[in-house]
Design a protein around this ligand. Sequence first.
Ligand code: ADP
Length: 388
Amino acid sequence: MGPVILEARDIWYRYPRGMDAIRGISFHIRRGEKVAFVGPNGAGKSTLLLMFNGMIRPDGGVILFDNKPIQYDRASLRDLRRKVGFVMQNPDRQIIAPTVYQDVAFGPVNLGFSAEEVQAAVGRSLAQVGLSGFERRPPHQLSGGEKKRVALAGVLAMDPDVLVLDEPTTGLDPSGSEDIMELLEELSHQGKTVIISTHDIELAYPWADRAVLLTNGTILQEDVPDVAFGDPDLIKLARLSMPTLLELYMELKKRGFSLPERKPRTVLDMLNVIDRAFRNRPCYTEPGRITVYDVDAPCGLSLADWKAGHAGVAIGAMGTRAKQRAAEENIPLDFTYGVIDKCILKALLGEDSLIVTTGSMVGRVQERVREFGRENRIEIPVNIAGEE
Ligand code: ADP
């Protein structure tokens, strides 16, 4: 992880005529981290997040961006908001223009970009969120997930270092929520620091590098998610329930099963735990192979060609551009979220799979499969499409 980018030192805030919403909070967030602030309604999550780009000024304490206390004059705030982009919970409150293009262009226009720069920024950020071609659409006709993406594109158009998203999946169906979380994962891989608030502990658990458990305006616990969410008393205090996989792991442990130290964050991890506990050895025979199709590096085969030559292989896509490519070629996807783990699960059953992705993620696939292989003493072959 990089150097500290955001820091809070004993901050306090009370709404006019309200109670203390934030009561003495301190923390550090590092460049490139994925941090989830998790707590029940009224915990103070939105209030806290609104302080990160100076929309709310603490009554006490100080917030630092890049090791400098935030200044609240117009010019400093303008500068800060370019670097810390904020996506509100309700996109209808953030989207203001009559077309997607105008809305996404709003930030760059305000920053004084030239017409060409505006156009380039809008094109780039719509592509990042998978909405190329939506430029002329009126935002009110879009689905909830698409509106969230427009709001996010508006923020990305200013190329901020930090993305702050208040309850990014509220109002979305499970698949829309997964899409947004995957997009945030992708942006994190591109180097953005991503901060979210959520009351959905299941969602935060596998995603976050670090989780901050918040209630009544104070931090209860702050750590890697399995530790942050691993104390039943604190979880109860925060009126949440423990992530199911973590709870199951702890129940197995209480019953004296010998379990790996690393707590499961995904179904794949859990499968390992179960294997160790009940069989004491992995049960896999000949693993299936995982092929990676890099949409950035043409291999001479279209996806459809590849699919035609590999009947029955499960296909997953990681990242918006990869999903777009699959849609363009009418390739139905078996996996759109947690794709690497799902393909490893397939491989463990001896079945082959294909991961469609973009250049920057190819290494991530190889690394994750290798890491799994090392931990479980199993070699799952990973090929690049076209090189098989
Ligand atoms: P969360 O995002 O975790 O649901 P909030 O930050 O919205 O929590 O709220 C924290 C506390 O501040 C709550 O007690 C809430 O009632 C209060 N609060 C939030 N917004 C306002 C407001 N505009 N005026 C007065 N009190 C508010």
